[in-house]
Design a protein around this ligand. Sequence first.
Ligand SMILES: [Zn+2]
Length: 143
Amino acid sequence: MTTPESRHIACAHCGATNRVPSARLQDDPTCGRCGRALLDGHPVELTDANFDTVVGKTDLPVLVDFWAPWCGPCRMMAPAFEQAAGQLKGRALLAKVNSDDHPQLSARFGIRSIPTLVRLEGGQEVSRRSGALPGGQIVAMAS
Ligand SMILES: [Zn+2]
């Protein structure tokens, strides 16, 4: 498989689609419109407002963690998810959806238990796992 020379990365903050040279994906690229970080190695927060833009217009695998603040296993997994985001910086986008704040997204994906991780490519779901996963499995699922 050849590596494309650049990838489109949608900004989770303002929705602008940025073209980032593949060689620069791990160099903390910022958004050309709003100047905020595009891929800083931390999970991005997805909402009803930005979900389709970010997931549909980012040329990287996107791993979404459906979670809620009251969910013990979700909180337990959060540090491993954060760490995986750093490890996969520039190769995959890790994202979180607070299912309490965004029940419509949860309903759309038929989320029945949390945490549930859903991997999407080009806006299409390709795999999912329910239950808290250790860091290694999160990385394996996203990469
Ligand atoms: Zn932006």
